[in-house]
Design a protein around this ligand. Structure first.
Ligand SMILES: C[S@@+](CC[C@H](N)C(=O)[O-])C[C@H]1O[C@@H](n2cnc3c(N)ncnc32)[C@H](O)[C@@H]1O
Length: 348
């Protein structure tokens, strides 16, 4: 894989004194609510955490698609990647077409685009929008489940944006994995190109200011990857735990069991999850066209006092497409020295 860089923007230093509420946190206030009943407003939809397929981000109401259309970094990234990777006259498939916007970008170059969507409301929306835009006649809307649909002929490019931070909730991994297997069995090789081309995931120790106008609320939350985050203090560099290309072997598990480096004194009370999508790798210019999902901030049950040079033992493991709780419930973070002494106690 071409070399890729995380390119994580530093956040502003946080200047604050400890409040009474934070003192309680330091004293070890348990925040079990974060692991059980969490409601989070994501960029897309208010989900609740039960074993219901709707929580996985597959059913996204039509009006939330406007948020996606308004996300300029996402839109410009995909447009540039599609311009770069879709050859003139190509045959293209989009899995999970939504409003049809990415199919629209592809149709400016491709001779034929199959836009597959399983939500009937969005099929209706796209069928109204596409004819109002240039080259809508090159796009065939297909009301089908991407998990069992194949194009009628081999294609050059597959576009799919079913992406959520940590590869949680949405089904990109399963959909692309299944598509590749069925496509190869049906058409033989070669596989089409995929947009995005690759995925890189990292975690980073941070101190997050969870006090809001005096109200202490260490909640799981999302934050913009493209604006300064005055409430976040980075306590160490991001550590990559996963990097893969969508046209190669896709990991069917997201896991980490290793050390996170700390390079600043203070305390770590949250882990930031970073998912960087390499929409296209522009090898001749040694760069990639990137789009980051929103950062996910996972509060720790207990803050950990740290010194520069410390290491944190971090572990988690979950299947892609799982609810957010699959990450939060498997996440374990400890200072290395403490980790070693716990291991010793367990052995004895
Ligand atoms: C994050 S949205 C992206 C929509 C659009 N591609 C865009 O970029 O604006 C993902 C879309 O995939 C659709 N989707 C999810 N699972 C699907 C499946 N198994 N088959 C077809 N569409 C699916 C959702 O309904 C949603 O419209």
């Amino acid at each position: 894989m071409a070399s890729v860089h995380l390119n994580v923007r530093p956040t502003a230093a946080l200047n604050k004194t400890e409040s009474a509420a934070q003192g309680r946190y330091r004293a070890g206030l348990q925040i079990a609510l974060l692991k059980n009943h969490i409601h989070i407003l994501t960029k897309r939809v208010l989900f609740n955490m039960h074993s219901d397929p709707r929580e996985l981000g597959q059913f996204i109401p039509a009006h939330y698609h406007a948020n996606m259309l308004n996300d300029e970094t996402r839109m410009r990234g995909f447009q540039e990647a599609i311009d770069y990777l879709v050859p003139e006259g190509a045959r293209v498939v989009e899995l999970g077409g939504g409003t049809g916007v990415l199919s629209h970008f592809a149709a400016q170059r491709a001779s034929k685009v199959w836009c597959v969507e399983f939500n009937p409301d969005l099929i209706k929306t796209a069928s109204v929008l596409l004819p109002q835009n240039t080259r809508g006649d090159r796009i065939e809307l297909v009301h089908a489940n991407a998990n069992d649909w194949l194009p009628p002929e081999p294609v050059d490019v597959v576009i799919c944006e079913m992406l959520h931070t940590g590869l949680l909730r949405e089904q990109q991994v399963n959909v692309i994995h299944n598509f590749k297997q069925r496509y190869t069995a049906h058409f033989g090789g070669p596989l089409p190109a995929f947009i995005p081309e690759a995925c890189l995931q990292a975690i980073q120790p941070i101190e997050q200011d969870f006090v809001h106008e005096g109200f202490f609320a260490p909640c799981l939350q999302f934050q913009s990857p493209v604006t300064q985050q005055a409430r976040s203090q980075e306590k160490g560099p991001p550590t990559v735990f996963q990097a893969f290309r969508w046209d190669e072997n896709i990991p069917m598990n997201c896991s980490f069991d290793n050390a996170l480096q700390v390079d600043r004194d203070g305390r770590v009370n949250a882990i930031r999850v970073i998912t960087k999508n390499l929409l296209a790798i522009v090898e001749d210019q040694q760069r990639s066209i990137d789009w980051h999902n929103q950062y996910l901030i996972v509060p720790l049950p207990q803050p950990i006092d740290v010194c520069a040079g410390d290491k944190l033992a971090v572990s988690f493991s979950y299947a892609p497409g799982s609810p957010l709780t699959a990450l939060t419930q498997s996440l374990d973070v400890q200072r290395m020295a403490q980790y070693a002494s716990n291991a010793l106690t367990a052995e004895n």
